[in-house]
Ligand binder design. Structure first.
Ligand SMILES: [Zn+2]
Ligand SMILES: [Zn+2]
Length: 367
């Protein structure tokens, strides 16, 4: 769509950004902070992946946005995931109206993370009859007052943390080495301030309908399967599968960059993706990154399997966590570094140490 970024543009921007802003890898999706990019507004590129089905691929922003899937039926639209902020959902909603004027009748949240649901209110306000669907576990987490990384209570936690983040950016602007760096940081500052304002004004719309096992919706002449096939990125990951169009939307259970394991289940994850591989699939709309062929599921499952196996093996041999991080990063690199480093954010070397640590905590230490 107009205003969307080509991959080359994103990469060019990111190279500059990476040079001037050191990211805390804890903060990449789905932590609190994301990634530096200043130019333009919230934007998406609508890519047709089937008849009446689009992947809305999110442009890089300081506060990361998830992708969405847009599905047209005979009597309305279904949208999977709503990004990190109402302004982003609004931007996509406008783009959607360029391809179909039908009302959005259903929203589906793939999981509870902040960058996949905080725009729900835009669709709820545009159509008060709009249903918001998620798994039972996802709704429970969205409404849990102690939940981190997503949910109604987490909105306030983010708002409380933003002033310090804004001060950090202001301090970085003072130390900017050149005009380009300064301009970029000023763009981040504007986005951070705008995000804080959005958080304060947010009227979160939580799911109005939950599912606890796989169901097939017959939706205006189209079958939309809502699938629960096991734990992966969270304990409530909902997969959206169109059997006729052979399109699967995965949320963050499959991404085109390095996965975020903090709320994940590394051992079950590979098995869950393996269940998805049994489906007849032509295109996969991943949580972040470009739509992928089915072979990406196999690649991604391979990474989760090899990561867990390597952590267990090194732990059994008595390796320290620090040694394990270095060794596993190098051991798995020939197979995964290139494929997990296609974008400026969430790259292999940024994340592998954290992935090793989380896999160790969850499968060996069990903390
Ligand atoms: Zn995400
Ligand atoms: Zn996530």
């Amino acid at each position: 769509m107009a205003g969307g970024w080509t991959r080359r543009q994103v990469l060019a921007q990111a190279t500059i950004a990476a040079a001037v802003y050191t990211l805390d890898p804890h903060e990449l999706c789905c932590g609190v902070n994301a990634y530096a990019q200043t130019a333009g507004a919230e934007s998406f590129e609508l890519k047709k992946v089937g008849d009446g089905v689009w992947a809305a691929v999110a442009a890089a922003r300081y506060k990361v946005n998830s992708n969405a899937a847009v599905i047209e039926t005979n009597d309305g639209l279904v949208v999977v995931d709503t990004h990190s902020k109402p302004s982003a959902a609004q931007a996509l909603y406008q783009d959607i109206q360029g391809v179909s004027k039908k009302p959005v009748k259903k929203i589906i949240n793939s999981h509870f993370h902040w960058d996949h649901w905080q725009g729900n209110q835009v669709y709820a306000q545009a159509n008060p009859g709009c249903e918001i669907i998620a798994s039972e576990r996802t709704k429970a987490r969205l409404t849990d007052p102690n939940q981190m990384n997503g949910g109604v209570a987490f909105i306030e936690k983010q708002a409380a943390a933003m002033p310090a983040e804004i001060e950090q950016i202001k301090a970085a602007i003072q130390k900017a080495p050149d005009a380009a760096a300064k301009a970029r940081l000023e763009g981040n500052l504007a986005q951070a301030e705008a995000y804080l304002a959005e958080l304060k004004a947010m009227k979160p719309a939580v799911p109005t309908r939950t599912v606890s096992s796989t169901v097939a919706l017959q939706e205006g002449g189209r079958e939309i399967r809502l699938m629960l096939v096991g734990k992966a990125h969270t304990d409530g990951d909902l997969f959206i599968y169109l059997p006729k169009e052979k399109v699967l939307a995965t949320g963050d259970a499959v991404v085109d960059w390095m996965p975020f394991l903090n709320d994940g289940y590394p051992e079950e994850w590979a098995q869950t993706v393996g269940e998805l591989e049994k489906l007849d699939i032509e295109r996969v709309i991943v949580g972040h990154g470009e739509p992928a062929p089915k072979s990406h599921l196999t690649f991604f499952r391979g990474y989760m399997t090899d990561l867990v196996a390597a952590v267990k093996k090194e732990a059994a041999a008595g390796a320290s966590l620090d040694d394990m991080k270095k060794k596993i990063a190098d051991d798995l690199a020939p197979k995964y570094e290139k494929g997990m480093s296609k974008y400026p954010l969430g790259q292999y070397r940024d994340r592998i140490g954290l992935n090793v640590e989380q896999a160790y905590n969850k499968t060996v230490k069990k903390s």
